[in-house]
Write a protein that binds this ligand. Sequence first.
Ligand code: NAD
Ligand code: DAU
Length: 342
Amino acid sequence: MKSILVTGGAGFIGSNFVHYVVNNFPEISITVLDKLTYAGNEQNLKGLPEDRVQLVVGDIADKEEVDKLAQEVDAIVHYAAESHNDNSLIDPFPFVQTNLIGTYVLIEAARKYNLRYHHVSTDEVYGDLPLREDLPGGGEGEGEKFTAETAYNPSSPYSSTKAGSDLLVKAWVRSFGLKATLSNCSNNYGPYQHIEKFIPRQITNVLSGISPKLYGEGKNVRDWIHTEDHSSAVWTILTKGRIGETYLIGSDGEKNNKEVLELILELMGQPKDAYEHVKDRPGHDLRYAIDASKLYDELDWKPEFTDFKDGLEETINWYRKNHDWWKAQKNQVEAKYAESGQ
Ligand code: NAD
Ligand code: DAU
């Protein structure tokens, strides 16, 4: 493998993956296909060598564009998506268009040119789990984390379109022999994450003198992983994974939202209770938790950023230092949330 097409490579996780590959695998050249929606930013690829990374601004649902680019690469790693649950509750259509139709166009091109294809998905396709405190034995028993065998049960327009895209890929593997792998990862944090998302929203709220906003009681649990670990896991699956297999990616980072917010406040020198409770998200998934043992045992992967407090502190510092990267969007993001009472 010498050249890969990375869709959504100007977004949060996609751009971190591009940096990861450039920094670790000098033989690989990358074409990024990104529509540069509100969530994509050319600046995320700034400083990368032009002879190794090319940005093509375009839509993954554009069959001609995808067909042209597919002829020039050995593999496709598909990150591009409409990715925010709250937006999907306001207007689901772009989610259907990009996440379903866009994926269809990409897998058809991968089939036509017999390319290796990796599909980046989310743990949200499995729906949610009960809180540990509501489970006998504190939730340590079998079936109390997601595995690749967990039945699909998505809750939101976002997660249902991601689930649908996974199913398209699985069907293309079985019916057409598509050389695909899939991964379903838990919540990422780190640099370049759009400020509509929970962690950067609260960090930039504090930096802007706005009070942080917690949905409901803040009991909902997310299984946090540093985005650099997501990148190394995707690379491992792309290069060592078995065709047709799904690998779950996680690093045992379960925390409820209140705990995460309190830690952000502590690290930013604010009182622990300096936030507001706001209206909860409709259909809000309660808990996500990943059993990543298949990835550990079969592909010998392990996460490196296992200290959440250190990773969070580094992330806070990134937003402090990169004020220009986010400040122009802050008012608009908060105005949109205010319309939903959040
Ligand atoms: P993001 O919203 O930050 O970035 C998405 C990128 O896709 C943007 O650069 C955007 O411009 C681009 N894009 C959107 N529509 C496009 C289209 N039609 N054609 C071309 N480009 C388009 O998203 P993210 O958080 O970086 O997520 C990336 C992927 O990882 C998504 O598939 C998401 O479902 C998955 N994922 C995210 C998380 C998470 O915690 N954020 C966890 C697991 C999986
Ligand atoms: O699990 C993986 C998923 O993680 C990805 O597939 C999605 O693309 C990604 O956006 C993320 O989804 P979540 O809905 O979990 O992430 P979000 O950052 O929107 O919210 C995290 C939690 O924080 C969730 O329980 C809602 C809550 N929240 C969010 C915001 C924006 C708040 O309490 N306050 C907020 O202001």
